[in-house]
Design a protein around this ligand. Structure first.
Ligand SMILES: Nc1ncnc2c1ncn2[C@@H]1O[C@H](COP(=O)(O)OP(=O)(O)OP(=O)(O)O)[C@@H](O)[C@H]1O
Length: 324
């Protein structure tokens, strides 16, 4: 048997093993697989394509509280709108709590928005109806979902007290502070016990102390109700307090910071943060620009496989030269 035949057989076996194995993100609550969103924008008579998402991969496990960060225009809001069921991707796959976001019809989409996801937007005025009190605002989504009056009243009170805004129960938004409005907005978003709570810059219009209180309310919802929460934020204080922060760059997930509590030999606890690069399923890795610049890496690099790591070297013989 020739070497070529052997390697073809091995290749076929590998493909078969992959086909039989679990699908990508099978155990994740949110699974985005090579997500693409292209907008057609008209500029001076010509249609220009904007690739807001360019093959984005993201997995979020049930019960996570995580943050998404990234420069303006990197695609964060586009991703959130897709996860919220308000926009449809151009290509790729996206599943949330078992729902396929590319295959839902209008009716399924409406139910998805009412029952599977809750959202909190940056603009406090966008989250609450101004002519309803806090309790009535929380009541409304449950009413639309057909929950009985008795259950609704209990749930609204329970959520408002959990989030520390029980005193706002009978107040309309204009009689509440910005921070109180956002906490009531979280209660509204949680009313129908969604699997996922999405928040796009929820502390963006607040001062830092008030922002902290609102973030504490998200944490409470995550810890007490087990709700999975994804927060888009520019707020360093928020991004630094979650266990996982994923950065989006040019429509793709680029790096990820994981934080965990470590206990030293004296028993003292400290939060340790480590930054990881994302490795996509094709094996592509994006090296941080400051690393490649520091070693003068460009065009190509030399790889060496070691027992437990891979070494990446500047191309010593390359035209841009230097030994790095
Ligand atoms: N409806 C749309 N039509 C055309 N282009 C759009 C549309 N929505 C977003 N874009 C473009 O897609 C890209 C990503 O935008 P997006 O709003 O997702 O970024 P972002 O990371 O949320 O930015 P910011 O932090 O400023 O909110 C940008 O280039 C934006 O101009």
């Amino acid at each position: 048997m020739s070497g070529t035949t052997e390697s073809l057989e091995e290749l076929e076996r590998r493909v078969a093993r992959r086909r039989e194995g679990p699908a990508y993100g099978h155990d994740a609550l949110i699974a985005c697989d090579r997500l693409v969103r292209i907008f057609a924008r008209r500029g001076g008579g010509d249609a220009v394509e904007v690739q807001a998402l360019q093959g984005l991969d993201l997995l979020v496990r049930e019960g996570e509280l995580m943050a998404l960060v990234g420069a303006s225009g990197s695609g964060k809001s586009t991703l959130m709108n897709i996860l919220a069921g308000l926009d449809v991707p151009t290509a790729g796959a996206a599943k949330v709590a078992g729902r396929d976001l590319l295959a839902m019809d209008a009716k399924a989409r409406l139910r998805y928005r009412r029952e599977v996801v809750g959202f909190v937007w940056q603009q406090t005025a966008r989250n609450l109806l101004p002519y309803l009190t806090a309790a009535q605002n929380v009541d409304l989504p449950m009413q639309l979902a057909g929950v009985s009056r008795r259950k609704r009243a209990g749930r609204a009170d329970e959520l408002l007290s959990l989030l520390g805004v029980a005193d706002c129960r009978d107040r309309r938004p204009q009689a509440m502070s910005g921070g109180q409005q956002q906490r009531v907005a979280i209660a509204v978003a949680l009313a129908n016990s969604p699997a996922v709570l999405l928040a796009d810059e929820p502390t963006g219009e607040l001062d830092s102390a008030t922002g902290q209180q609102v973030f504490a309310a998200f944490r409470r919802a995550n810890e007490e109700l087990g709700t999975t929460i994804v927060i888009v934020t520019h707020d360093q204080a928020v991004a630094g307090e979650v266990r996982r922060t994923v950065a989006i760059r040019d429509g793709r997930t680029s790096t990820e910071v994981l934080r965990r509590t470590e206990v030293d030999e004296t028993g003292r606890e400290s939060l340790v943060a480590r930054e990881y690069a994302m490795l996509d399923r094709a094996g592509r890795l994006q090296l941080p620009a400051e690393y490649t610049a520091a070693l003068g890496m460009a065009d190509r690099v030399l790889l060496e496989l070691e027992e437990d790591h891979i070494q990446v070297w500047p191309d010593r013989n390359g035209s841009r030269g230097g030994n790095g």
